[in-house]
Design a binder for this molecule. Structure first.
Ligand code: NAD
Length: 324
């Protein structure tokens, strides 16, 4: 019988072609809007789907599993999979796969560096100033920023992305510190990164702190009021991991009170909602969860997600199952 796949939004053609070449029928969310769980369930009940290719904006939990129990694979189009109740899926023998594309790590690392340099050189504030017609000629003290050379970067999480951020930061002449649950010998050997045992030590010493941990119960609000107060007043915080790793209201207060100098955020605790106060601050750069949005990354993610589905439907174990 012909297999059917549901895709919850638009992905690059390369992944669609892989699935079509296998003869699978493909339906997708016709609008580019984000699906509420109710709408998603409605779509999934339309047909007997064999697998779903879903996004990090899709909440996949027992309500979905109860509604369509025959679907046994959800292939997430993302590295992170905190949008899916993987433990509940495991209990029901439902497979969950992610798409940890090398090019996605690359894109997120490059975005992180772009944010760091933009904070240091105050690019976004300055751009806004020019657009508002405020530029009346060169002044020596306009938009004084800071150099990155010789500064200390503190990585919280030194997996695939953290390691690539270390690679670029070493090239920029930074000293690199990291903390992780596990020591990463490669980051130490290749990038001279120094391991510290605690998040607190990283926060105290670093000029730039960059977050690269997954969102888990243990990492929710890992950065909060009490440990933000340990950071240097001139320091920057960059978050391209998941919003809820930082207590957004505590960060807002820290930025308002200049406990830290500035922050750059690609992810938000309650996205797409953003704490309104953040929008009014000059010392924060906000991007709409686009750190992995390079064409190279998006294509590779599509290939990986499609391959996960193909392997599963051909009776093989997909490479990226996260709840074995
Ligand atoms: P990874 O699994 O390779 O690395 C994560 C690291 O965090 C691991 O080394 C792990 O040991 C460490 N870690 C886990 N809990 C920790 C804790 N409590 N303290 C210290 N370290 C801890 O993952 P990755 O590919 O580097 O991605 C990291 C996260 O980035 C993903 O989980 C995802 O949420 C996020 N991400 C965001 C985007 C984006 O578009 N902004 C894109 C891709 C990934």
């Amino acid at each position: 019988m012909t297999k059917s796949i549901f895709i919850t939004g638009k992905i690059p053609e390369i992944g669609i072609k892989m699935l079509k070449d296998k003869g699978y029928l493909i339906d997708s969310n016709p609008k580019e809007s984000i699906l509420t769980q109710r709408k998603l369930i409605k779509f999934l009940k339309n047909k007997d789907y064999d697998a779903v290719l879903c996004f990090l904006t899709d909440k996949i939990d027992r309500h979905v599993f109860d509604a369509v129990p025959s679907i046994k694979l959800y292939a997430n189009y993302a590295t992170g999979y905190d949008n899916i109740d993987v433990m509940e899926a495991k209990k029901r023998n439902i497979h969950i796969a992610n798409a940890p594309a090398d090019m996605s790590s690359e894109a997120v690392a490059e975005h992180t560096i772009a944010l760091m340099l933009a904070l240091a050189a105050r690019i976004v504030e300055a751009d806004e100033f020019v657009r508002q017609g405020k530029y009346k000629g060169w002044r020596a003290m306009n938009f004084i920023g800071t150099d990155i050379l010789g500064k200390t970067l503190g990585l919280i999480g030194a997996g695939r992305i953290g390691e690539r951020v270390a690679y670029y930061s070493k090239g920029l002449g930074m000293k690199i510190l990291y903390t992780d649950l596990v020591r990463n010998e490669r980051i130490e050997k290749e990038h001279g990164a120094v391991y510290l045992k605690s998040v607190e030590e990283i926060l105290k010493i670093s000029d730039v702190v960059s977050l690269h941990v997954p969102l888990l119960d243990s990492t929710k609000h890992l950065i909060n009021k009490s440990n933000l107060s340990l950071m240097k007043p001139a320091s920057f915080l960059i978050n391209t991991s998941r919003g809820a790793v930082v207590d957004e209201k505590d960060l807002l207060e820290a930025l308002q009170k200049k406990v830290i100098s500035a922050a750059a955020l690609d992810v938000f605790e309650f996205e797409p909602d953003i704490a309104p106060g953040l929008l009014r601050l000059d010392n924060v750069i906000l991007t709409p969860h686009i750190a992995s949005a390079s064409i190279e990354a998006r294509n590779q993610m599509a290939e990986i997600a499609a391959q996960n589905i193909i392997d599963f439907l051909e009776g093989k174990t997909p490479k990226n199952i996260v709840n074995k």
